[in-house]
Design a protein around this ligand. Structure first.
Ligand SMILES: NC(=O)c1ccc[n+]([C@@H]2O[C@H](COP(=O)([O-])OP(=O)(O)OC[C@H]3O[C@@H](n4cnc5c(N)ncnc54)[C@H](OP(=O)(O)O)[C@@H]3O)[C@@H](O)[C@H]2O)c1
Length: 213
């Protein structure tokens, strides 16, 4: 599958590396594709035998059958504007609308970052996913007790099937959490992970699993 990732930081880099390793073609949409900031990431992917490159944001968005939003929440509207027309594409929203000092969430007008992203990109099929665990776990979702759960939500069934497959390709155990209005709960769930990792000093090497009887 062709995947365009907007951003190549902690989250974009981990997801892109994992997907390239799984055989997907990845383009990282960045503000300065010739600046060399992604050199180490691209070299690591090349060592794994993966297909990846850094391009402009519109080029990555045009390349992707799936477009993945991995920029800070404050930059999300700007990045989507630069991405251009996402009509018919699956748009995976990984953002978390956290206050910069991590003291809480900045609840967007539309109830959640996921719904706000859908309002900014009305022709895309938005799935909220890859926001609720640390980027370190996105590169290594397997734990001795099993795989990290990856909850997702959205309103388009086929887009959610694609998101599910892409999460499984990385080694997550994916779960459908319902329609896109559930995004606010996934964003609060992400805040719980962060508050355990930092204020509660658990560190980043833990993840949530979902069990069923
Ligand atoms: N870190 C985590 O563990 C984690 C986990 C789950 C979800 N999230 C969420 O995922 C998102 C990304 O987090 P991150 O930790 O990966 O951030 P990061 O490491 O700071 O990377 C952010 C990326 O976005 C780019 N960017 C910044 N402003 C931009 C703009 N105006 N237009 C286009 N690109 C822009 C940056 O490019 P430059 O290098 O050019 O600045 C960089 O490639 C955030 O919304 C965060 O809440 C993070």
């Amino acid at each position: 599958m062709q995947i365009g990732i907007l951003g190549a930081g902690n989250v974009g880099g981990a997801l892109g590396r994992g997907w390239a390793k799984a055989g997907h073609a990845v383009r990282f949409g960045v503000r300065d594709p010739d600046g060399g900031k992604e050199r180490e990431l691209l070299a690591a992917i090349a060592r794994d035998g993966g297909d990846a490159a850094a391009t402009s944001i519109p080029e990555a968005a045009a390349f992707g059958e799936v477009v993945v939003l991995t920029v800070p929440w404050e930059a999300a509207e700007d990045a989507l504007r630069h991405a251009g027309d996402l009509a018919g594409k699956v748009l995976l929203d990984c953002t978390n609308p956290f206050k910069p000092d991590l003291s809480g969430l900045i609840t967007p007008e539309k109830g959640s970052a996921g719904e706000q992203v859908a309002a900014w990109s009305p022709s895309a099929k938005v799935v909220k996913i890859f926001n609720s665990t640390g980027a370190n776990n996105m590169g290594a979702p397997e734990f001795p007790d099993g795989a990290t759960a990856m909850l997702y939500c959205g309103d388009d069934r086929t887009a959610k099937e694609t998101a599910h497959r892409l999460a499984a390709d990385l080694g997550f155990e994916p779960f459908d959490a319902g329609p896109l209005h559930q995004a606010r709960h996934l964003e609060s769930f992400a805040f719980l992970w962060v508050s355990l990792a930092y204020p509660q000093k658990m560190g980043r090497d833990f993840a949530f699993r979902l069990m069923r009887r």
